[in-house]
Design a protein around this ligand. Structure first.
Ligand SMILES: [Zn+2]
Length: 240
């Protein structure tokens, strides 16, 4: 890689990468898929047992709310405990920097030596970055914990986006019933189309052929719905 010093260096201009850290799109698509598959299967089960009446609408609505809340709660707990752990480790690093600045400087120097800088340059970079205590803390946290202390993930944002993602997927098989559909047909077609689209979208992120990802997701979702429809039918026959 060459850096031309006569103009400002921009990593974007160099070349582009896929977003390997995931960003927001990946969990959103997975959450929506989750909502779609689980609510499609739930509604199919109720329709199999009791037909496409009020029960299917109520089950689909309850399934949407219950699933979205469960996803949000799980995501909140997961991100919250992760950020608490990070904050505790950042506090350890802050105490260590205050207690033993020499040792921390030596540690940072060793990190840059291990990255391939020669001893003199590593010492100068480490000393330069350690001059300001706040800057030193950020550098240590980034190098040792691999996180940006000014940009920790928000558990509320994570919870809110999982809720919305799940609900967006779960509303697909429910919507036709809300508009007065009397059978499973419209919900079935909508859900199969959405399964294919979500599967294709996930495949696009992983560089697999989009149609293969779409077909695989369609088969998985249709399989789940067929199983619950069959079980619901058996149960409906037994109960009534
Ligand atoms: Zn350190």
């Amino acid at each position: 890689m060459t850096i031309e010093l006569d103009r400002p260096y921009s990593p974007e201009r160099h070349h582009s990468h896929r977003d390997v850290t995931g960003g927001w799109l990946r969990p959103a698509v997975f959450g929506a898929m989750d909502g779609l598959v689980s609510n499609f299967a739930l509604i199919a089960g109720v329709v199999g047992a009791a037909g496409a009446g009020r029960g299917a609408v109520l089950a689909g609505f309850a399934g949407l709310i219950a699933g979205a809340c469960s996803m949000a709660a799980g995501e909140y707990t997961s991100v919250k405990s992760q950020t608490e752990l990070m904050r505790a480790e950042i506090a350890v690093e802050r105490r260590e920097l205050a207690r033993d600045p020499e040792g921390e400087l030596a540690e940072l120097t060793a990190i840059y030596r291990a990255r391939g800088l020669d001893a003199d340059l590593a010492a100068r970079v480490a000393a330069g970055l350690s001059a300001d205590p706040e800057q030193a803390l950020r550098v240590h946290v980034r190098e040792e914990l691999g996180v940006d202390p000014d940009d920790l993930p928000s558990p509320y944002l994570a919870a809110g986006s999982s809720f919305c993602a799940f609900a967006a997927g779960a509303v697909v098989p429910l919507a036709p019933f809300l508009f007065g559909a009397s059978g499973l047909a419209v919900a079935l077609v909508l859900s199969l189309v959405a399964l294919f689209v979500f599967g294709a979208a996930v495949a696009r992120m992983t560089a697999r052929p989009w149609w293969l990802g779409g077909l695989r997701q369609l088969a998985l979702g249709a399989g789940a719905a067929a199983v619950t429809f069959g079980l619901g039918h058996l149960l409906g026959v037994t109960v009534s």
